[in-house]
Write a protein that binds this ligand. Structure first.
Ligand code: NIG
Ligand code: FE
Length: 424
């Protein structure tokens, strides 16, 4: 039997149409392609038609039952949000380090003393597959309640072959079991293990010779990411790791210029990365290189907010032609949140983005950052029926009221998964 769903009467239907083949840049980041009083019809998880309420209701209204009809009168209907950078699969929390940072310790000092990423690595190594699955699934449910229908998830808290594979296997199982679509990234090069500090290249060699081939063989990830930062992986080590991934079919991503300028943005452009992420301290040259090479800039203002650091220069990047996406960076150390709507607030208030640009950055450009823009990120015929309905009269409310969740309904592949703000 055909599974049908009709949404009618949307005060604003944000389609984001027209950017599926290339990310939106410059002025195009402000084009939301809104249909006022819009409607949308879906069948078997795919969008069949998008248009005015009059047209779509007239055409499909009689063929659906009351259960197959959602009245969105007075509300905003948008593509399901996409979070292109998360550390979803991990065990444990780091509230003690947060308290230490409030007293003046820095993120890098804590990490160098064996806390930070190392602390979460210990908890993640100790956790069983089932424990990791349970903790991560709870977070995934929260993402869904906040309007997200696709996320990227990284490994990087295993740091050994066995435990990196465990994280990726958990992500794979969650991708199969949970309504949210999950795109996996291998990030074995997230930190140099504490007991290998003196011989970092031995660890780099292991990432290259043991871990990457195994990830590729078991088809456990699409992307390969590295934390290129002073005191972590150098640009040279990062390049070797990203090039090695490419040889095994893994597309490069990079944590670049987060704490210090380190030519990470330049490296992203030169290795042909799909995205460079963080970029708080990216150089002028790096921004220029990214725009030229078409590297998506994934900005994570939750991290700057939580680390009390300088925000990335989103305005400058957009004006220079970089396609900007936004993400939570959800992780227990530098950005313990799952709220992409809050990230939109920060994008406007702390990075000079407009309310239109932050929507583009969490839908179609986010899809481009993880290579899924052909099937997600906009409401267009033939795309996945991933839709979020916000109980607000216009889209400005998304970045205007903060710290609240306006999501009323989330439809994933044509099936309502959140109704009245609750999981169903
Ligand atoms: O994206 N910068 C490196 N990795 C994460 C933080 C991970 C952690 O602190 O646990 C980030 O900020
Ligand atoms: Fe990150």
């Amino acid at each position: 039997m055909t599974q049908k769903l009709l949404i009618t009467g949307a005060a604003q239907l944000i389609t984001m149409a027209g950017h599926s083949t290339k990310p939106a840049v410059r002025e195009a980041m402000s084009e939301l392609s809104i249909i006022e009083n819009g409607a949308l019809y879906m069948e078997d998880g795919i969008i069949v038609e998008v248009g005015s309420d009059e047209e779509i209701s007239g055409k499909y209204g009689d063929s659906v039952s009351p259960e197959e009809h959602i009245d969105a009168t007075g509300k905003v209907v948008a593509p399901g949000l996409i979070d292109p950078h998360t550390h979803l699969v991990h065990a444990g929390t780091r509230e003690n380090e947060y308290a230490m940072r409030l007293k003046g310790k820095t993120y890098m000092e804590i990490m160098e003393a064996g806390g930070g990423i190392h602390s979460t690595t210990r908890s993640t190594q100790e956790a069983s597959h089932e424990e990791l699955y349970y903790q991560s699934k709870k977070r995934l449910d929260q993402f869904l309640i906040h309007g997200v229908t696709t996320i990227e998830a990284k490994s990087g808290y295993g740091l050994t072959l066995e435990h990196e594979m465990k994280q990726l296997e958990v992500a794979k199982q969650l991708g199969n079991d949970h309504p949210i679509d999950l795109v996996s990234t291998f990030m074995g090069a997230h930190a140099i293990p504490m007991d290998e500090k003196e011989t970092p290249d031995v660890f780099v060699d292991r990432v290259i010779n043991e871990m990457i081939p195994e990830v590729a063989k078991r088809n456990l990830a699409t992307f390969n990411d590295v934390f290129c930062e002073r005191g972590v992986f150098t640009p040279e080590q990062s390049r070797r790791i990203l090039e090695a991934g490419k040889e095994h079919g893994l597309i490069p991503k990079i944590h670049a210029d987060e704490i210090e300028p380190y030519a990470g943005a330049e490296l992203a452009a030169s290795v042909g990365a799909i995205s460079a992420d963080h970029l708080l301290r990216a150089s002028e040259q790096g921004i220029k290189d990214m725009a030229e090479a078409g590297v998506v800039g994934v900005l994570l203002p939750g991290t700057a907010f939580f680390l009390m650091a300088e925000f990335a220069q989103a305005r400058k990047m957009i004006d220079s032609g970089v396609a900007v996406a936004l993400s939570t960076d959800a992780n227990p150390g530098s950005s313990p949140t799952i709220s992409l709507p809050f990230i939109m607030n920060l994008g406007c208030l702390n990075m000079g983005m407009t309310p239109e640009e932050v929507i583009t950055a969490t839908t179609i450009n986010a899809a481009h950052a993880i290579g899924c823009a052909e099937e997600a990120g906009s409401l267009e015929k033939g795309k996945k029926a991933d839709v979020t309905i916000f109980d607000i009269p216009n889209y400005l409310f998304l970045s205007y009221q903060y710290g609240m969740n306006h999501v009323e309904t989330v439809i994933k592949a044509g099936v309502p998964r959140v109704v009245g703000g609750q999981l169903v």
